[in-house]
Design a protein around this ligand. Structure first.
Ligand code: ADP
Ligand code: MG
Length: 563
């Protein structure tokens, strides 16, 4: 070991560089800070230019309010900010920056240059900071706004340089930050130039267009929820756009990008039943409130927030996400068929137009529709292979998965009943007596009271006898034992009674739904078709798989080489 060095005070420049390294870790952190400054200055156009991944040059220009000559030397002093001045301000901060560290840090880790012209000022000023030492402002020319130019990033901090990735990778990180910021300000135009060439442009417009631009997903729908002083807006892309990772998920608090494990978890939970396993919804969530309801000061780069009522925020996010997905007609197309190879299609036999396919299994249109007084128009349908139902629709045909669709309809029905007080139950004249393992029976004893609203009346006797005197109307008594076993197994580790009831209801829907192979009565099929158009979430079963697929007529015609 080398001999211990005597304790020494670090010199100021070194202290600044160490502190600066915490704020400016890599080019992307500088881009983020500078763009946030431009947004705080109410810029409408912001241009970011990078050379060599931002290491040779990193420049951000805006058309915001600018900085006056007198303020300019202050802007680059540590802890100098125009945004807060008292401790009370800190708790009500609505600007993006407020620590007054960013420009000072940049001056310590690179060669900084600011060109600015304040609104209403006749002249522009240039201030250079080399090696942490500011010069004096010099007059120059510029339109209103500010350009901050950072050259030779980390030249004086070789240790930082070592942790950087390739210029390409650093540019990608900058671009990711611009995407995140762009989603908070759809009305602001952003441009990214790499080594002189325009790489990306985020055009000013509405939120929907900006979201599609950033996420490259489509079919966004918006949901809202508010309460406890918070407002939540959720934009969720169609389930088919779901990704294998969470890169398509963006969270904001008062327009500021945030990361929050609790919120990610809530989004996962609330989309789980609409999105297939191991996929993640593409979604943008904006939470807003009076700034006093949250502490944004918990993390140096302000990506974390602490809400005063996190549980309320969580349930608002769930409500907003669910309402965004409600009523979405998301059925995927069954076949994406390549165009036929044949160039000259042979003339198709001329079938009389009015002639309808007459198969014995098709329902007679009209009869059933009137008999059941269904609000949905009567559709021609046919059950095939005991598992699927083919339905004629306006645009072509749909094929329903009878189990998946029925499961969703039952779940939504029971969920509504649950919210209204309790799932509708059937009382057994003679209670059913079931035998369980002692561990299961003990668990059922604990779960019993929570399951009452979910439609069950359960009593445990001795170490393994379970007496069931009521169960949800949709469930057949023969499925009871299996269902209760599933509930015990899956409820392990869940403590919130509402979550337990919802779980029981989900599992019950799955067990109660018609199975593949069950022959359905026409009335049952009609009920399924009705549910398809009436239920808000009829596009997915509770495992997030599609309940039906579409085949548009145009596809059929193409398949038969008709044009
Ligand atoms: P903070 O943003 O935390 O206040 P900064 O170091 O990022 O700290 O900026 C210091 C000050 O410089 C800001 O408070 C603001 O007054 C001014 N400033 C920085 N960038 C701009 C800009 N692009 N336009 C106008 N003023 C700016
Ligand atoms: Mg700032």
């Amino acid at each position: 070991m080398s001999p211990r060095r005597p304790i020494q005070l670090l010199d100021d420049a070194l202290i600044d560089q160490i502190a600066a390294g915490e704020v400016i870790e890599r080019p992307a952190s500088a881009v983020k800070e500078l763009v946030e400054n431009a947004l705080d200055a109410r810029a409408r156009h912001i241009e970011v230019a990078l050379e060599q991944g931002g290491l040779d040059l990193l420049e951000v220009s805006d058309d915001g309010e600018g900085i006056s000559r007198d303020d300019l030397p202050l802007a680059i002093v540590a802890h100098a900010t125009s945004k807060i001045s008292t401790l009370e301000d800190l708790h009500a901060v609505s600007s993006r920056g407020f620590r007054g560290e960013a420009l000072a840090s940049m001056g310590a880790v690179g060669d900084l240059e600011i060109v600015t012209r304040a609104a209403g000022s006749p002249e522009a000023w240039l201030l250079e900071v080399g090696g942490g030492k500011p010069g004096v402002p010099k007059p120059t020319a510029r339109a209103q706004g500010t350009t901050v130019r950072l050259r030779h990033l980390f030249r004086h901090v070789p240790a930082r340089r070592k942790f950087l990735k390739s210029p390409r990778a650093e540019c990608l990180r900058c671009e990711e930050w611009l995407d995140r910021l762009a989603l908070s300000v759809p009305g602001v135009e952003l441009t990214l130039r790499l080594d002189g060439r325009v790489k990306r442009q985020w055009r000013a417009g509405g939120m929907e267009a900006r979201i599609e631009d950033v996420t490259r997903a489509s079919g966004f729908r918006k949901g809202e929820a508010s309460g406890s002083g918070f407002e939540v807006m959720a934009w969720v892309a169609e389930p088919a756009c779901a990704k294998v990772n969470r890169n398509g998920q963006f969270f904001y608090y008062n327009s500021r990008p945030i990361r929050d494990r609790m919120l990610s978890q809530v989004l996962l939970q609330s989309t789980r039943e609409f999105i297939p396993d191991r996929r993640h919804a593409v979604a943008v969530i904006h939470i807003s409130s009076d700034p006093t309801h949250a502490d944004v000061n918990v993390h140096p780069t302000k990506e974390e927030v602490r809400f005063d009522r996190p549980r309320d925020v969580a349930s608002l996010v769930t409500r907003a996400v669910r309402s965004a997905l409600a009523g979405g007609g998301y059925a995927p197309e069954l076949i994406s068929m390549p165009r036929p190879q044949v160039q000259e299609p042979s003339p198709s036999p001329n079938l009389p137009r009015a002639q309808r396919p007459v198969a014995e299994n098709w329902n007679a249109p009209g009869l059933l529709g009137e008999a059941h007084a269904s609000p949905a128009p009567s559709r021609r349908f046919m059950q095939v292979h005991g598992s699927f139902v083919v339905v004629e629709t306006d645009e072509g045909l749909s094929i329903l998965d009878q189990h998946a669709l029925h499961e969703r309809i039952l779940l939504e029905t029971m969920r509504r009943e649950l919210l209204a007080g309790g799932v509708e139950r059937q009382n057994l004249l003679i209670p059913q007596s079931l035998q369980f393992q002692p561990g299961e029976a003990a668990a059922l004893q604990d779960l019993g009271p929570h399951l009452e609203k979910a439609g069950f009346a359960i009593e445990v006797h001795g170490s393994s006898d379970v007496l069931v005197s009521a169960l949800p109307v949709s469930l057949s008594p023969g499925s009871l034992q299996g269902l209760l076993r599933d509930i015990v197994e899956r409820a392990d580790g869940i403590s919130n009674p509402d979550d337990i009831r919802l779980l029981a209801t989900r599992l019950c829907a799955c067990r109660s739904a018609v199975k593949a192979g069950d022959t359905l009565e026409p009335g049952e099929i009609e009920a399924l078709i009705r549910g398809l158009s009436e239920e808000d979430y009829s596009f997915a079963c509770e495992h997030g798989r599609p309940t039906h697929v579409r085949i548009p007529l145009a596809r059929l015609s193409r398949g038969f080489a008709r044009h």
